[in-house]
Write a protein that binds this ligand. Structure first.
Ligand code: AMP
Length: 459
């Protein structure tokens, strides 16, 4: 895969300071990627941005570089001295601790030549909050945070947003998940309404669309098609459930991918697979949400630095984490939702490298994989490994169109009542059930339309 050639072909065509340009040069980036070409000028102009860009498209630099440039410009203004203590200027919200660390590293990398130093900090849960409260007192320019922890810090008045300039929502499609909803709603109430909003999402589910309407103000929309998915060589191997470990082991022996990332859908399966591969003499380790934060970070670093050959992980490693030299990703178990399949395979084939993604499925997963293919509009040939072919007698999971439960048949009495009501509604003399229960004016906008879930627009 090669990164697409954009109309702006040089970093020095952007209005970036020499310190930033030299840092980019040091990273050996030949030219800006498509998302960078479009996002950097818009962000520098102070516009809201909505970018549909996958991880691997260079999206972190697409917002990090203009944010650092904005900061340098503020430094040059006389009012800068007033902003001190625990006030922050830029807040980057990310869904995981791993991504928080990775984003901060990119910010460090791009700001390495800037003097005086720009203070970049990251905060996330799973570690003590007190040290974070202390270091937030020492002037933070850019804060990278997970939603729950930043809210906890804000509630303790350890961080203040009066001078917040820009808010970045990285991996929005994950930030809209239920577990983040409450903290983000509460956090939005604390943020100034006048701010720049930058949203980056790899996929575009319906909730993201409604969020966009609520948060963004006349955004510049950047749509980088999902090129890398097409350029990752995808395979599906079918086998019996009891032969999956053997198939994985035989593939590893044959192809010697290193490093290799293997995904399971449960923590238990990760641990079991790690044990199975270790018993076969392989250097494999599992990480998942039950492992202590420090251990997760250390194993990830080992993996990135080539000290660990096989990393087995739940979907916590599926998003945002950047593995530049990862030749192959294996789905040992399938992800629950199709979009996570894209995130998982997006760990390989990054920054111009070739990628290979293999799903090992048993007949019990056929229906699930068919649903993933249908959702992503792809069809992959089923392959087998010699010696581990599927039993012809094996029970097959059929492809289910919808998970909706079949409705119970109504009793005679209820059916009669329902028919009467339908008749009355047709004649315009009755309210619908929902209108009756909630006393809703049928012409007024729905509650959903009237109130914003994630706060007001900043107009
Ligand atoms: P991201 O999409 O932010 O996860 O970035 C994926 C990888 O691409 C990171 O390792 C970046 O260092 C790298 N990268 C970012 N911008 C460029 C560029 N213009 N040229 C080559 N690699 C880049």
């Amino acid at each position: 895969m090669t990164l697409p050639t954009p109309p702006i072909s040089e970093f020095n065509e952007f209005e970036l300071s020499s310190d930033l340009l030299s840092a980019v040069k040091n990273c050996a980036y030949q030219q800006p990627t498509l998302v960078q070409t479009q996002a950097i000028p818009a962000i520098l102009l102070g516009k809201d941005v909505l970018a549909e860009a996958q991880t691997g498209s260079g999206k972190t630099a697409a917002y990090a570089l203009p944010i650092l440039e904005q900061l340098l410009r503020y430094r040059a203004t006389p009012s800068e001295d007033q902003i001190r203590g625990n006030h922050i200027r830029y807040l980057i919200l990310v869904p995981s601790r791993e991504l928080a660390n990775q984003v901060s590293q990119e910010f460090y990398q791009y700001s390495r030549d800037i003097m005086p130093k720009i203070n970049i900090r990251s905060v996330y849960g799973g570690v003590e909050i007190e040290p974070q409260i202390k270091y937030l007192q020492q002037n933070t320019d850019i804060l990278i945070a997970t939603p729950q922890r930043i809210l906890a810090l804000a509630e303790k008045k350890a961080v203040q947003f009066n001078y917040l300039q820009s808010l970045v929502l990285d991996e929005v499609d994950r930030l809209i998940e239920d577990s983040f909803r409450e903290p983000i709603e509460a956090l939005f109430k604390l943020l100034p309404t006048q701010r720049q909003n930058l949203m980056f999402t790899a996929t575009f589910p319906q909730q993201v669309r409604s969020l966009i309407r609520q948060v963004l103000y006349h955004p510049v929309v950047i749509n980088i098609k999902q090129q890398s998915q097409e350029q990752i060589d995808q395979h599906v191997i079918t086998t019996n459930p009891q032969d999956k470990v053997a198939v994985l082991y035989s593939l590893i022996q044959q192809y010697h991918w290193q490093p290799l990332l293997v995904f399971c859908s449960t923590k238990k399966a990760c641990d079991q697979l790690a044990t199975d591969l270790q018993q076969k003499g392989l250097n494999a380790v599992a990480i998942h949400g039950n492992k202590p934060q420090e251990e997760r970070e250390n194993r990830l670093m080992d993996f990135k630095h080539g000290k660990l050959a096989i990393l087995i992980a739940t979907d916590l490693a599926a998003r945002g984490i950047d593995f530049i030299n990862l030749p192959c990703v294996i789905n040992y178990q399938l992800p629950r939702v199709p979009n996570d399949y894209l995130h998982r395979i997006g760990r390989t084939g990054r920054a111009g490298k070739a990628g290979l993604a293999i799903s090992i499925i048993s007949p019990l997963e056929y229906g699930h994989f068919n649903a993933i293919e249908k959702h992503l509009n792809i069809t992959l040939e089923r392959e087998q490994v010699k010696g581990f072919e599927v039993d012809e007698q094996a029970p097959i999971q059929p492809y289910k169109k919808s998970r909706k439960k079949a409705k119970k048949p109504l009793s005679k009495k209820r059916k009669q009542r329902q028919n009467n009501r339908k008749k009355q509604q047709k004649e315009g003399v009755a309210l619908t059930n929902k209108q009756r229960e909630n006393d809703i004016d049928p012409i007024a906008p729905s509650k959903k339309e009237k109130t914003s879930v994630w706060g007001q627009k900043n107009n």
